[in-house]
Design a protein around this ligand. Structure first.
Ligand SMILES: C[C@H](O)[C@H](O)[C@H]1CNC2=NC(N)=NC(=O)C2=N1
Length: 98
């Protein structure tokens, strides 16, 4: 069962995510990042790869694609806030973006 991130969990995970360009929306308890690629095909290819991981981990992003830009928001709907799965998917998305 997924659990909401504890205060200690937040203190260890959020600095690295912020450093990597993720921003915290405190009202929603979600993290967001906008990725920019050099073309629509690159953006969509990255989304396809990320979608496979999301499905494998049963943890799905909220995202919006416009041409070469993808705006991603991660939060855990089941716990109404951030969980370690959000940090895990964020790191994977960054890794896939290179
Ligand atoms: C029933 C199903 O396992 C759940 O609804 C999963 C699916 N994907 C999910 N994705 C995200 N981001 N948060 C969830 O709470 C969540 N729950």
């Amino acid at each position: 069962m997924t659990e909401k991130l504890s205060d200690t969990g937040r203190k260890t995970m959020l600095p690295a995510l912020t450093e990597a360009g993720w921003t915290l929306d405190e009202d929603r308890d979600a993290i967001s990042k906008t990725y920019k690629f050099d073309s629509f095909v690159s953006a969509f290819g990255w989304m396809t790869q990320a979608a496979i991981w999301a499905e494998k981990w049963n943890h799905h992003p909220e995202w919006q694609n416009t041409y070469n830009t993808v705006k991603v928001t991660l939060t855990t709907h089941d716990v109404d806030g951030l969980s370690s799965l959000d940090a895990k998917l964020a790191r994977k998305m960054d890794q896939l973006a290179g």
